[in-house]
Design a protein around this ligand. Structure first.
Ligand code: ATP
Ligand code: MG
Length: 588
Protein backbone atom coordinates (compact mmCIF):
# COMPACT_ATOMS: atom_id res chain seq x y z
CA UNK A 1 0.00 0.00 0.00
CA UNK A 2 1.36 3.40 -0.89
CA UNK A 3 0.43 5.43 2.14
CA UNK A 4 1.04 8.72 0.39
CA UNK A 5 -1.62 8.02 -2.15
CA UNK A 6 -4.15 8.39 0.62
CA UNK A 7 -3.07 11.92 1.45
CA UNK A 8 -5.94 14.06 0.42
CA UNK A 9 -5.87 17.81 0.41
CA UNK A 10 -9.50 18.43 -0.18
CA UNK A 11 -10.34 19.72 3.27
CA UNK A 12 -10.49 23.44 3.74
CA UNK A 13 -10.43 25.55 6.88
CA UNK A 14 -10.04 29.15 7.98
CA UNK A 15 -6.26 28.99 7.65
CA UNK A 16 -6.60 27.80 4.05
CA UNK A 17 -8.71 30.86 3.34
CA UNK A 18 -6.06 33.12 4.90
CA UNK A 19 -3.35 31.52 2.75
CA UNK A 20 -5.47 31.74 -0.38
CA UNK A 21 -6.04 35.45 0.29
CA UNK A 22 -2.29 35.92 0.78
CA UNK A 23 -1.63 34.20 -2.51
CA UNK A 24 -4.29 36.29 -4.24
CA UNK A 25 -2.94 39.55 -2.85
CA UNK A 26 0.59 38.43 -3.82
CA UNK A 27 1.76 39.01 -0.27
CA UNK A 28 4.83 36.84 -0.73
CA UNK A 29 5.38 37.31 -4.41
CA UNK A 30 8.94 37.96 -5.37
CA UNK A 31 10.25 36.81 -2.00
CA UNK A 32 12.48 33.83 -2.13
CA UNK A 33 13.81 32.24 0.99
CA UNK A 34 17.26 30.97 0.30
CA UNK A 35 20.18 29.29 1.96
CA UNK A 36 20.57 28.84 5.66
CA UNK A 37 18.23 30.59 8.04
CA UNK A 38 19.67 33.89 9.17
CA UNK A 39 19.09 37.62 9.03
CA UNK A 40 19.72 37.72 5.30
CA UNK A 41 17.93 34.58 4.31
CA UNK A 42 15.08 36.46 2.73
CA UNK A 43 16.11 37.90 -0.59
CA UNK A 44 13.99 39.81 -2.98
CA UNK A 45 15.15 38.29 -6.20
CA UNK A 46 12.83 35.34 -6.43
CA UNK A 47 10.69 34.96 -9.50
CA UNK A 48 6.99 35.40 -8.79
CA UNK A 49 6.27 31.73 -9.37
CA UNK A 50 8.81 30.85 -6.71
CA UNK A 51 6.87 32.62 -4.00
CA UNK A 52 6.21 30.06 -1.36
CA UNK A 53 4.37 29.68 1.84
CA UNK A 54 6.36 28.26 4.73
CA UNK A 55 5.00 26.66 7.84
CA UNK A 56 6.82 24.88 10.63
CA UNK A 57 6.20 22.21 13.19
CA UNK A 58 8.11 23.24 16.34
CA UNK A 59 8.19 20.43 18.90
CA UNK A 60 10.06 20.79 22.15
CA UNK A 61 12.19 17.61 22.44
CA UNK A 62 11.08 16.97 26.00
CA UNK A 63 8.78 14.01 25.41
CA UNK A 64 7.20 11.72 22.87
CA UNK A 65 4.63 12.89 20.34
CA UNK A 66 0.95 12.29 21.01
CA UNK A 67 -2.26 12.43 19.01
CA UNK A 68 -2.52 16.21 19.61
CA UNK A 69 0.84 16.71 17.92
CA UNK A 70 -0.39 14.60 15.01
CA UNK A 71 -3.12 17.18 14.42
CA UNK A 72 -0.53 19.95 14.33
CA UNK A 73 1.80 17.92 12.08
CA UNK A 74 -0.96 17.10 9.61
CA UNK A 75 -2.02 20.75 9.57
CA UNK A 76 1.43 22.27 9.05
CA UNK A 77 2.81 19.71 6.62
CA UNK A 78 -0.58 19.38 4.93
CA UNK A 79 -0.87 23.14 4.26
CA UNK A 80 2.64 23.30 2.84
CA UNK A 81 1.86 20.41 0.53
CA UNK A 82 -1.51 21.77 -0.51
CA UNK A 83 -0.10 25.18 -1.50
CA UNK A 84 3.20 24.03 -2.94
CA UNK A 85 5.14 25.32 0.04
CA UNK A 86 7.56 23.92 2.58
CA UNK A 87 7.12 22.88 6.17
CA UNK A 88 10.17 23.05 8.41
CA UNK A 89 10.79 20.68 11.26
CA UNK A 90 12.26 22.80 14.01
CA UNK A 91 13.16 21.62 17.44
CA UNK A 92 12.47 24.23 20.08
CA UNK A 93 15.37 23.20 22.27
CA UNK A 94 15.57 26.21 24.54
CA UNK A 95 15.15 24.46 27.88
CA UNK A 96 18.09 22.09 28.42
CA UNK A 97 16.80 20.76 31.74
CA UNK A 98 14.12 18.62 30.16
CA UNK A 99 15.28 18.04 26.58
CA UNK A 100 17.06 14.94 25.30
CA UNK A 101 18.45 13.61 22.06
CA UNK A 102 16.36 10.46 22.33
CA UNK A 103 13.24 12.62 21.96
CA UNK A 104 14.70 14.35 18.91
CA UNK A 105 15.35 10.98 17.25
CA UNK A 106 11.94 9.64 18.15
CA UNK A 107 10.14 12.73 16.81
CA UNK A 108 12.06 12.61 13.52
CA UNK A 109 11.23 8.96 13.04
CA UNK A 110 7.57 9.49 13.96
CA UNK A 111 6.98 12.31 11.48
CA UNK A 112 8.54 10.29 8.69
CA UNK A 113 6.40 7.34 9.64
CA UNK A 114 3.35 9.59 9.39
CA UNK A 115 4.32 10.17 5.76
CA UNK A 116 5.61 13.74 5.92
CA UNK A 117 8.91 15.20 4.81
CA UNK A 118 10.66 18.48 5.55
CA UNK A 119 13.25 17.99 2.80
CA UNK A 120 12.66 19.45 -0.65
CA UNK A 121 13.56 17.97 -3.99
CA UNK A 122 16.28 20.56 -4.56
CA UNK A 123 18.13 19.25 -1.54
CA UNK A 124 17.06 21.68 1.17
CA UNK A 125 17.14 19.88 4.47
CA UNK A 126 14.76 22.18 6.43
CA UNK A 127 15.54 20.47 9.70
CA UNK A 128 16.39 23.13 12.24
CA UNK A 129 17.16 23.61 15.91
CA UNK A 130 16.44 26.71 17.94
CA UNK A 131 19.86 26.22 19.50
CA UNK A 132 21.43 26.93 16.09
CA UNK A 133 20.10 30.47 16.41
CA UNK A 134 21.37 31.17 19.91
CA UNK A 135 24.00 33.50 18.45
CA UNK A 136 21.33 35.57 16.66
CA UNK A 137 19.08 35.58 19.67
CA UNK A 138 21.96 36.87 21.75
CA UNK A 139 22.96 39.48 19.18
CA UNK A 140 19.36 40.70 18.90
CA UNK A 141 19.06 40.88 22.68
CA UNK A 142 22.09 43.17 22.85
CA UNK A 143 20.56 45.29 20.11
CA UNK A 144 17.36 45.54 22.15
CA UNK A 145 19.29 46.60 25.23
CA UNK A 146 21.16 49.23 23.24
CA UNK A 147 17.92 50.55 21.78
CA UNK A 148 16.33 50.77 25.23
CA UNK A 149 13.91 47.90 24.55
CA UNK A 150 15.29 45.55 27.19
CA UNK A 151 16.91 45.75 30.62
CA UNK A 152 18.49 43.56 33.24
CA UNK A 153 16.26 43.07 36.26
CA UNK A 154 17.71 42.14 39.64
CA UNK A 155 14.41 41.48 41.40
CA UNK A 156 13.94 38.00 42.86
CA UNK A 157 11.62 35.64 40.99
CA UNK A 158 9.03 36.21 43.72
CA UNK A 159 9.27 39.99 43.40
CA UNK A 160 8.93 39.76 39.66
CA UNK A 161 5.82 37.65 40.05
CA UNK A 162 4.28 39.91 42.68
CA UNK A 163 4.98 43.08 40.70
CA UNK A 164 3.57 41.69 37.49
CA UNK A 165 0.03 42.30 38.76
CA UNK A 166 -2.95 40.21 37.76
CA UNK A 167 -5.96 40.29 35.50
CA UNK A 168 -7.53 42.90 37.77
CA UNK A 169 -4.38 44.70 38.96
CA UNK A 170 -1.86 46.53 36.82
CA UNK A 171 1.83 45.75 37.13
CA UNK A 172 4.44 47.83 38.96
CA UNK A 173 7.63 48.96 37.26
CA UNK A 174 10.79 47.25 38.40
CA UNK A 175 13.24 49.54 40.23
CA UNK A 176 15.80 48.43 37.61
CA UNK A 177 13.63 49.28 34.62
CA UNK A 178 15.30 52.61 33.90
CA UNK A 179 18.87 51.68 34.77
CA UNK A 180 21.50 52.94 32.33
CA UNK A 181 21.75 51.02 29.07
CA UNK A 182 25.47 50.49 29.60
CA UNK A 183 24.80 48.79 32.96
CA UNK A 184 22.28 46.37 31.43
CA UNK A 185 24.64 45.62 28.58
CA UNK A 186 27.52 44.95 30.97
CA UNK A 187 25.42 42.68 33.20
CA UNK A 188 23.99 40.80 30.21
CA UNK A 189 27.52 40.05 29.00
CA UNK A 190 28.51 38.90 32.46
CA UNK A 191 25.42 36.70 32.60
CA UNK A 192 26.48 35.19 29.32
CA UNK A 193 29.92 34.40 30.72
CA UNK A 194 28.43 32.54 33.65
CA UNK A 195 29.37 35.10 36.29
CA UNK A 196 26.00 35.01 38.00
CA UNK A 197 24.03 32.23 39.68
CA UNK A 198 20.65 31.05 38.44
CA UNK A 199 17.73 33.35 39.25
CA UNK A 200 19.92 36.29 40.25
CA UNK A 201 19.40 38.24 37.02
CA UNK A 202 17.04 38.15 34.07
CA UNK A 203 16.76 40.12 30.87
CA UNK A 204 13.32 41.62 30.40
CA UNK A 205 11.75 43.27 27.41
CA UNK A 206 10.67 46.83 28.16
CA UNK A 207 7.11 46.97 26.92
CA UNK A 208 4.40 48.15 29.30
CA UNK A 209 3.77 47.13 32.92
CA UNK A 210 0.32 48.71 32.72
CA UNK A 211 -0.81 46.70 29.71
CA UNK A 212 -4.10 44.85 30.15
CA UNK A 213 -2.31 41.89 28.53
CA UNK A 214 -0.05 40.33 31.17
CA UNK A 215 2.19 38.96 28.42
CA UNK A 216 3.21 42.50 27.59
CA UNK A 217 4.21 43.43 31.13
CA UNK A 218 7.93 43.33 30.52
CA UNK A 219 8.20 39.59 29.85
CA UNK A 220 11.44 37.81 30.72
CA UNK A 221 13.36 37.02 27.54
CA UNK A 222 16.58 35.52 28.94
CA UNK A 223 17.34 33.60 32.09
CA UNK A 224 20.40 31.92 33.60
CA UNK A 225 20.59 28.13 33.50
CA UNK A 226 23.69 26.25 34.53
CA UNK A 227 22.83 23.30 32.37
CA UNK A 228 24.46 21.27 29.65
CA UNK A 229 22.68 21.49 26.36
CA UNK A 230 22.46 18.25 24.39
CA UNK A 231 23.56 19.98 21.20
CA UNK A 232 26.26 22.26 22.54
CA UNK A 233 29.29 20.06 22.90
CA UNK A 234 31.82 20.47 25.71
CA UNK A 235 30.50 23.86 26.40
CA UNK A 236 28.26 25.02 29.11
CA UNK A 237 25.75 27.56 28.00
CA UNK A 238 24.77 29.87 30.83
CA UNK A 239 21.87 31.82 29.48
CA UNK A 240 18.82 30.60 27.65
CA UNK A 241 16.17 32.51 25.72
CA UNK A 242 12.54 32.16 26.75
CA UNK A 243 10.00 30.77 24.31
CA UNK A 244 8.44 34.20 23.76
CA UNK A 245 11.79 35.59 22.60
CA UNK A 246 12.97 32.54 20.72
CA UNK A 247 9.86 31.78 18.74
CA UNK A 248 9.39 34.98 16.73
CA UNK A 249 13.12 35.03 15.98
CA UNK A 250 13.17 31.42 14.82
CA UNK A 251 10.18 32.07 12.59
CA UNK A 252 11.70 35.23 11.13
CA UNK A 253 15.13 33.70 10.49
CA UNK A 254 13.55 30.78 8.68
CA UNK A 255 11.24 32.95 6.59
CA UNK A 256 8.14 31.32 8.01
CA UNK A 257 5.07 32.93 6.48
CA UNK A 258 2.33 31.31 8.55
CA UNK A 259 3.28 30.45 12.11
CA UNK A 260 0.45 28.26 13.31
CA UNK A 261 0.00 27.42 16.95
CA UNK A 262 -2.66 26.45 19.44
CA UNK A 263 -5.08 28.91 21.00
CA UNK A 264 -3.29 29.23 24.33
CA UNK A 265 -0.69 31.32 22.48
CA UNK A 266 -3.24 33.87 21.32
CA UNK A 267 -2.39 36.27 24.15
CA UNK A 268 1.29 35.93 23.23
CA UNK A 269 0.64 37.19 19.70
CA UNK A 270 0.96 40.92 20.62
CA UNK A 271 4.42 40.27 22.07
CA UNK A 272 5.35 38.10 19.09
CA UNK A 273 4.48 41.03 16.82
CA UNK A 274 6.19 43.56 19.10
CA UNK A 275 9.46 41.62 18.91
CA UNK A 276 9.24 41.25 15.12
CA UNK A 277 8.41 44.92 14.54
CA UNK A 278 11.26 46.10 16.75
CA UNK A 279 13.69 43.70 15.07
CA UNK A 280 12.63 44.98 11.71
CA UNK A 281 12.95 48.59 12.88
CA UNK A 282 16.50 47.78 14.05
CA UNK A 283 17.27 46.32 10.63
CA UNK A 284 17.81 42.81 11.96
CA UNK A 285 15.18 41.04 9.90
CA UNK A 286 13.45 41.81 6.64
CA UNK A 287 9.88 41.79 5.40
CA UNK A 288 7.45 40.14 4.99
CA UNK A 289 7.30 39.29 8.67
CA UNK A 290 5.80 35.98 9.81
CA UNK A 291 2.25 36.07 11.11
CA UNK A 292 0.96 33.92 13.93
CA UNK A 293 -2.40 32.18 13.62
CA UNK A 294 -4.06 30.10 16.29
CA UNK A 295 -6.34 27.07 16.12
CA UNK A 296 -7.92 25.03 18.86
CA UNK A 297 -5.89 22.15 20.21
CA UNK A 298 -7.13 18.62 19.90
CA UNK A 299 -9.12 17.49 22.91
CA UNK A 300 -10.51 13.99 22.86
CA UNK A 301 -12.92 12.15 25.08
CA UNK A 302 -11.37 9.36 27.19
CA UNK A 303 -7.88 10.73 26.57
CA UNK A 304 -5.34 13.01 28.25
CA UNK A 305 -2.68 14.55 26.03
CA UNK A 306 -0.52 16.69 28.26
CA UNK A 307 3.03 15.33 28.33
CA UNK A 308 3.15 15.88 32.07
CA UNK A 309 0.08 13.73 32.64
CA UNK A 310 1.22 11.03 30.22
CA UNK A 311 4.53 10.91 31.99
CA UNK A 312 2.75 10.39 35.32
CA UNK A 313 0.94 7.38 33.84
CA UNK A 314 4.26 5.89 32.75
CA UNK A 315 6.31 6.74 35.83
CA UNK A 316 3.80 5.33 38.29
CA UNK A 317 3.16 2.20 36.28
CA UNK A 318 -0.48 2.82 35.41
CA UNK A 319 0.48 1.77 31.87
CA UNK A 320 3.31 -0.40 30.56
CA UNK A 321 5.48 2.38 29.14
CA UNK A 322 5.26 5.13 26.53
CA UNK A 323 4.37 2.59 23.85
CA UNK A 324 1.60 0.92 25.83
CA UNK A 325 -1.14 0.31 23.23
CA UNK A 326 -3.61 2.25 25.38
CA UNK A 327 -1.51 5.41 25.32
CA UNK A 328 -2.42 8.28 22.94
CA UNK A 329 1.27 8.63 22.11
CA UNK A 330 2.31 7.87 18.54
CA UNK A 331 4.36 5.01 19.93
CA UNK A 332 1.29 3.60 21.63
CA UNK A 333 -1.03 4.17 18.70
CA UNK A 334 1.37 2.44 16.34
CA UNK A 335 1.76 -0.54 18.62
CA UNK A 336 -2.01 -0.63 18.94
CA UNK A 337 -2.15 -1.01 15.16
CA UNK A 338 -3.11 2.48 14.00
CA UNK A 339 -1.76 3.14 10.52
CA UNK A 340 -0.31 6.44 9.34
CA UNK A 341 -3.11 6.84 6.82
CA UNK A 342 -5.79 6.26 9.45
CA UNK A 343 -4.31 9.00 11.63
CA UNK A 344 -4.09 11.41 8.70
CA UNK A 345 -7.69 10.63 7.75
CA UNK A 346 -8.73 11.21 11.34
CA UNK A 347 -7.03 14.61 11.45
CA UNK A 348 -8.66 15.57 8.20
CA UNK A 349 -12.08 14.50 9.37
CA UNK A 350 -11.97 16.57 12.58
CA UNK A 351 -11.02 19.78 10.77
CA UNK A 352 -9.44 22.94 12.11
CA UNK A 353 -11.27 25.64 14.00
CA UNK A 354 -11.02 28.05 16.86
CA UNK A 355 -13.71 26.51 19.02
CA UNK A 356 -12.81 24.47 22.05
CA UNK A 357 -14.59 21.21 21.45
CA UNK A 358 -14.03 17.59 22.37
CA UNK A 359 -13.63 15.02 19.63
CA UNK A 360 -15.39 11.74 20.31
CA UNK A 361 -12.90 8.92 20.72
CA UNK A 362 -15.09 6.84 18.44
CA UNK A 363 -14.05 9.04 15.49
CA UNK A 364 -10.47 7.87 15.91
CA UNK A 365 -11.63 4.27 16.09
CA UNK A 366 -13.81 4.73 13.03
CA UNK A 367 -10.80 6.04 11.09
CA UNK A 368 -8.85 2.82 11.61
CA UNK A 369 -11.88 0.66 10.78
CA UNK A 370 -12.39 2.60 7.55
CA UNK A 371 -8.73 2.29 6.70
CA UNK A 372 -8.39 -1.44 7.38
CA UNK A 373 -11.76 -2.77 6.24
CA UNK A 374 -11.06 -2.68 2.49
CA UNK A 375 -7.54 -4.06 2.73
CA UNK A 376 -6.97 -6.52 5.54
CA UNK A 377 -7.34 -10.26 5.42
CA UNK A 378 -10.14 -11.93 7.33
CA UNK A 379 -9.56 -14.75 9.72
CA UNK A 380 -11.30 -16.39 12.65
CA UNK A 381 -10.35 -16.30 16.29
CA UNK A 382 -12.16 -17.95 19.16
CA UNK A 383 -11.51 -15.96 22.29
CA UNK A 384 -13.56 -17.83 24.85
CA UNK A 385 -13.58 -21.39 23.57
CA UNK A 386 -16.20 -24.07 24.09
CA UNK A 387 -15.78 -27.51 22.55
CA UNK A 388 -18.33 -28.54 19.93
CA UNK A 389 -18.46 -32.19 18.78
CA UNK A 390 -20.18 -33.05 15.50
CA UNK A 391 -21.22 -36.55 16.52
CA UNK A 392 -22.18 -37.76 13.03
CA UNK A 393 -18.94 -36.57 11.43
CA UNK A 394 -16.30 -39.33 11.11
CA UNK A 395 -13.37 -39.11 13.53
CA UNK A 396 -10.51 -38.84 11.06
CA UNK A 397 -12.26 -37.02 8.25
CA UNK A 398 -11.05 -33.54 7.32
CA UNK A 399 -12.88 -31.35 4.81
CA UNK A 400 -11.59 -28.06 3.47
CA UNK A 401 -13.77 -24.97 3.61
CA UNK A 402 -13.06 -21.75 1.77
CA UNK A 403 -13.84 -18.06 2.17
CA UNK A 404 -12.68 -14.83 0.57
CA UNK A 405 -9.63 -13.30 2.14
CA UNK A 406 -11.45 -9.97 1.92
CA UNK A 407 -15.15 -10.07 1.09
CA UNK A 408 -14.95 -6.65 -0.61
CA UNK A 409 -12.86 -7.96 -3.48
CA UNK A 410 -12.84 -11.22 -5.38
CA UNK A 411 -9.23 -10.42 -6.29
CA UNK A 412 -8.16 -10.85 -2.69
CA UNK A 413 -8.37 -14.59 -3.38
CA UNK A 414 -9.56 -17.37 -1.13
CA UNK A 415 -8.38 -18.79 2.13
CA UNK A 416 -8.80 -22.47 3.04
CA UNK A 417 -9.27 -24.02 6.44
CA UNK A 418 -10.13 -27.51 7.68
CA UNK A 419 -13.41 -28.70 9.11
CA UNK A 420 -13.38 -31.74 11.39
CA UNK A 421 -15.36 -33.56 14.08
CA UNK A 422 -14.14 -31.43 17.00
CA UNK A 423 -14.33 -27.64 16.88
CA UNK A 424 -13.90 -24.60 19.08
CA UNK A 425 -16.79 -22.17 19.14
CA UNK A 426 -17.36 -19.07 21.26
CA UNK A 427 -18.80 -19.92 24.66
CA UNK A 428 -21.54 -17.31 24.33
CA UNK A 429 -22.69 -18.83 21.03
CA UNK A 430 -24.34 -21.59 23.07
CA UNK A 431 -27.01 -21.21 25.74
CA UNK A 432 -28.70 -23.98 27.63
CA UNK A 433 -31.71 -21.82 28.28
CA UNK A 434 -31.89 -19.12 25.62
CA UNK A 435 -34.00 -15.99 25.85
CA UNK A 436 -36.42 -15.15 23.04
CA UNK A 437 -34.72 -13.97 19.87
CA UNK A 438 -31.52 -15.86 20.56
CA UNK A 439 -30.65 -17.38 17.19
CA UNK A 440 -27.44 -19.18 18.01
CA UNK A 441 -26.94 -22.66 19.45
CA UNK A 442 -29.26 -24.20 22.01
CA UNK A 443 -30.61 -27.72 22.29
CA UNK A 444 -32.78 -28.51 19.26
CA UNK A 445 -31.86 -25.37 17.28
CA UNK A 446 -30.08 -25.25 13.95
CA UNK A 447 -27.36 -22.74 12.96
CA UNK A 448 -24.84 -22.44 10.19
CA UNK A 449 -21.20 -22.93 11.02
CA UNK A 450 -19.89 -20.07 8.91
CA UNK A 451 -18.48 -21.25 5.53
CA UNK A 452 -19.42 -24.86 6.44
CA UNK A 453 -22.40 -27.05 7.34
CA UNK A 454 -25.66 -26.33 9.04
CA UNK A 455 -25.79 -28.21 12.34
CA UNK A 456 -28.52 -29.16 14.80
CA UNK A 457 -27.68 -29.04 18.49
CA UNK A 458 -28.39 -32.38 20.15
CA UNK A 459 -27.11 -31.91 23.69
CA UNK A 460 -24.32 -30.82 26.00
CA UNK A 461 -22.26 -31.91 28.96
CA UNK A 462 -21.73 -30.16 32.29
CA UNK A 463 -18.96 -30.83 34.80
CA UNK A 464 -19.56 -31.24 38.53
CA UNK A 465 -19.41 -27.45 38.98
CA UNK A 466 -22.24 -26.95 36.55
CA UNK A 467 -19.96 -25.56 33.86
CA UNK A 468 -20.70 -26.59 30.30
CA UNK A 469 -17.68 -28.39 28.89
CA UNK A 470 -18.96 -29.84 25.61
CA UNK A 471 -21.78 -29.25 23.19
CA UNK A 472 -23.03 -31.92 20.78
CA UNK A 473 -24.50 -31.45 17.35
CA UNK A 474 -25.14 -33.27 14.07
CA UNK A 475 -24.38 -31.77 10.70
CA UNK A 476 -27.06 -31.75 8.00
CA UNK A 477 -25.88 -33.44 4.83
CA UNK A 478 -25.76 -31.38 1.60
CA UNK A 479 -25.79 -28.04 3.44
CA UNK A 480 -22.12 -27.16 3.12
CA UNK A 481 -21.61 -23.52 2.09
CA UNK A 482 -20.84 -23.01 -1.54
CA UNK A 483 -22.28 -26.38 -2.62
CA UNK A 484 -25.43 -26.91 -4.67
CA UNK A 485 -28.59 -26.69 -2.59
CA UNK A 486 -26.74 -25.51 0.51
CA UNK A 487 -29.28 -22.77 1.01
CA UNK A 488 -32.35 -25.01 0.94
CA UNK A 489 -32.52 -24.98 4.74
CA UNK A 490 -33.06 -21.53 6.24
CA UNK A 491 -31.21 -20.64 9.44
CA UNK A 492 -31.10 -17.41 11.39
CA UNK A 493 -27.81 -17.92 13.20
CA UNK A 494 -24.32 -18.01 11.75
CA UNK A 495 -21.45 -18.78 14.13
CA UNK A 496 -17.68 -18.86 13.81
CA UNK A 497 -15.53 -21.87 14.65
CA UNK A 498 -12.06 -23.32 14.25
CA UNK A 499 -11.05 -26.95 13.98
CA UNK A 500 -9.79 -28.03 17.41
CA UNK A 501 -6.88 -30.10 16.15
CA UNK A 502 -5.72 -27.48 13.66
CA UNK A 503 -6.24 -24.19 15.51
CA UNK A 504 -3.22 -22.05 16.42
CA UNK A 505 -2.90 -21.01 20.04
CA UNK A 506 -2.15 -17.34 20.71
CA UNK A 507 -2.34 -14.65 23.37
CA UNK A 508 -4.65 -11.79 22.70
CA UNK A 509 -4.60 -8.45 24.51
CA UNK A 510 -8.05 -6.94 24.55
CA UNK A 511 -7.57 -3.23 24.97
CA UNK A 512 -10.23 -0.73 25.75
CA UNK A 513 -10.33 2.97 26.59
CA UNK A 514 -7.75 3.92 29.16
CA UNK A 515 -10.20 6.19 30.97
CA UNK A 516 -13.80 5.29 31.61
CA UNK A 517 -14.63 8.93 32.26
CA UNK A 518 -14.96 10.77 28.94
CA UNK A 519 -13.46 13.92 30.49
CA UNK A 520 -10.69 12.64 32.80
CA UNK A 521 -8.95 15.99 33.16
CA UNK A 522 -11.83 18.43 33.36
CA UNK A 523 -12.78 19.91 36.71
CA UNK A 524 -11.34 19.15 40.12
CA UNK A 525 -10.93 15.40 39.74
CA UNK A 526 -7.61 13.61 39.56
CA UNK A 527 -7.44 11.92 36.17
CA UNK A 528 -5.83 8.87 37.80
CA UNK A 529 -9.17 8.18 39.51
CA UNK A 530 -10.82 8.02 36.10
CA UNK A 531 -8.74 5.09 34.81
CA UNK A 532 -10.76 2.23 33.34
CA UNK A 533 -9.97 -0.87 35.43
CA UNK A 534 -10.84 -3.09 32.46
CA UNK A 535 -8.72 -1.36 29.86
CA UNK A 536 -6.46 -4.38 29.38
CA UNK A 537 -7.27 -8.06 29.45
CA UNK A 538 -4.91 -10.75 28.22
CA UNK A 539 -6.50 -14.02 27.21
CA UNK A 540 -5.45 -17.12 25.35
CA UNK A 541 -7.30 -17.80 22.15
CA UNK A 542 -7.49 -20.17 19.17
CA UNK A 543 -6.87 -18.85 15.67
CA UNK A 544 -7.75 -20.07 12.20
CA UNK A 545 -4.82 -22.26 11.06
CA UNK A 546 -3.86 -20.12 8.06
CA UNK A 547 -3.73 -16.84 9.99
CA UNK A 548 0.06 -16.55 9.77
CA UNK A 549 0.50 -18.12 6.31
CA UNK A 550 1.33 -14.83 4.61
CA UNK A 551 3.26 -11.84 5.85
CA UNK A 552 0.15 -10.13 7.18
CA UNK A 553 0.46 -8.44 10.53
CA UNK A 554 -3.07 -7.06 10.72
CA UNK A 555 -6.35 -8.98 10.40
CA UNK A 556 -10.02 -8.66 10.85
CA UNK A 557 -11.15 -11.55 12.99
CA UNK A 558 -14.71 -12.10 11.90
CA UNK A 559 -17.35 -10.73 14.29
CA UNK A 560 -14.63 -9.55 16.71
CA UNK A 561 -12.73 -6.64 15.28
CA UNK A 562 -9.30 -5.68 13.97
CA UNK A 563 -6.15 -7.17 15.47
CA UNK A 564 -2.44 -6.63 15.01
CA UNK A 565 0.60 -8.71 15.83
CA UNK A 566 2.22 -7.03 18.81
CA UNK A 567 5.69 -5.62 18.25
CA UNK A 568 7.06 -7.99 20.90
CA UNK A 569 5.88 -10.75 18.58
CA UNK A 570 5.54 -13.65 20.97
CA UNK A 571 5.42 -14.72 24.59
CA UNK A 572 6.25 -18.26 25.72
CA UNK A 573 6.59 -19.11 22.03
CA UNK A 574 3.03 -18.10 21.32
CA UNK A 575 2.15 -15.10 19.16
CA UNK A 576 0.71 -12.04 20.93
CA UNK A 577 -1.92 -10.00 19.17
CA UNK A 578 -3.48 -6.70 20.19
CA UNK A 579 -7.05 -5.85 19.51
CA UNK A 580 -6.96 -2.52 17.68
CA UNK A 581 -10.67 -1.92 17.77
CA UNK A 582 -13.88 -3.91 17.83
CA UNK A 583 -16.05 -4.06 14.72
CA UNK A 584 -18.64 -1.70 16.10
CA UNK A 585 -18.60 0.99 18.72
CA UNK A 586 -19.65 -0.91 21.81
CA UNK A 587 -18.91 1.91 24.23
CA UNK A 588 -21.91 3.57 25.78
P1 ATP B 1 2.00 19.26 25.85
O1 ATP B 1 0.98 20.28 26.21
O2 ATP B 1 1.45 17.92 25.60
O3 ATP B 1 3.17 19.25 26.77
P2 ATP B 1 3.33 20.98 24.06
O4 ATP B 1 2.44 21.95 23.40
O5 ATP B 1 4.14 21.47 25.19
O6 ATP B 1 2.51 19.70 24.43
P3 ATP B 1 5.29 21.01 22.02
O7 ATP B 1 6.36 20.05 21.76
O8 ATP B 1 5.64 22.36 22.49
O9 ATP B 1 4.31 20.31 23.05
O10 ATP B 1 4.29 21.08 20.78
C1 ATP B 1 4.68 21.13 19.45
C2 ATP B 1 3.53 21.63 18.65
O11 ATP B 1 2.42 20.74 18.77
C3 ATP B 1 3.06 22.99 19.09
O12 ATP B 1 2.88 23.81 17.96
C4 ATP B 1 1.77 22.73 19.79
O13 ATP B 1 0.91 23.81 19.69
C5 ATP B 1 1.26 21.49 19.08
N1 ATP B 1 0.37 20.72 19.95
C6 ATP B 1 0.66 20.20 21.15
N2 ATP B 1 -0.43 19.61 21.69
C7 ATP B 1 -1.43 19.76 20.78
C8 ATP B 1 -2.81 19.37 20.75
N3 ATP B 1 -3.38 18.71 21.75
N4 ATP B 1 -3.52 19.68 19.64
C9 ATP B 1 -2.95 20.33 18.62
N5 ATP B 1 -1.67 20.74 18.59
C10 ATP B 1 -0.91 20.46 19.66
MG1 MG C 1 5.26 23.37 24.73
Amino acid sequence: MNSNSKLSHSSSNFICRIIEDDIKSKRFEGKLWVGKPGPSSIQAFGKPDQAQIRTRFPPEPNGYLHIGHVKSICLNFGLAKKYGGICHLRFDDTNPNTEKKKYVDSIIEAIQWLGFDWRTEDGQENLYFASDYFCYMYEFAEAFIEAGYAYIDEQTPLEIRMNRGSLTELGINSPWRNRPISESLYLFREMYKGKYPEESLVLRAKVNMKSPNINLRDPIIYRIRNAEHHRIENQKCYIYPMYSWAHPIEDALEGITHSICTLEFQDQRPFYNWVLNKLSELGKISHPLPTQYEFSRLNMTHVVTSKRKLSRLVKHGYVDGWDDPRMPTLLGLRRRGYTASSLRLFCESIGISKSDTYIDFNLLEQSIRNDLDPIVKRSVAILNPLKLIITNFPKDRIELCTALKNPHTQESGKREFPFSRELWIERDDFLEDPPKNYFRLFPGNIVRLKYSYIIRCTGFHKDSNGRITEVYAEYLKNTKSGTLGSNSVKVKGNITWVSLNHAIPAYICLYDRLFSDPYPDIGDKDFINCLNPDSKKTISAWLEPGTFDSFDKTWQFERLGYFVLDSIGSYKNLPILNRIVSLKNSWS
